[in-house]
Design a protein around this ligand. Structure first.
Ligand SMILES: [Zn+2]
Length: 69
C-alpha cells in the first residue's frame, strides 16, 4: 500500500546498551531520507535514517541533512 515510515523506532544505545526511542524528524520536501533522532537517558544522541545512502551517512555522522543537487 504505502511505504510510510514509522513515527518512532527503538534502538540500543551504543554507550550504555539501554533502549533509546528515536522519533521521525520533519524534513523539507526535497529531502532524500527519513531521519530519526532520539536521546538516551545517559545523554547519548542516537540518529538513524533510511533513504539515500550518502545523505543517510552524513546525517548519522553530523546530524545535518546535506543536499547536493
Ligand atoms: Zn545510553
Amino acid at each position: 500500500m504505502s511505504n510510510k515510515p514509522a513515527r518512532t523506532l527503538t534502538f540500543k544505545c551504543t554507550k550504555c546498551a539501554k533502549s533509546v526511542q528515536v522519533f521521525l524528524q520533519k524534513v523539507s520536501a526535497c529531502s532524500h531520507i527519513q531521519p530519526y533522532q532520539g536521546i538516551c537517558s545517559c545523554g547519548e544522541i542516537r540518529r538513524y535514517a533510511t533513504g539515500d545512502k550518502d545523505v543517510v551517512e552524513s546525517f548519522v555522522a553530523t546530524g545535518e541533512i546535506g543536499h547536493h543537487h
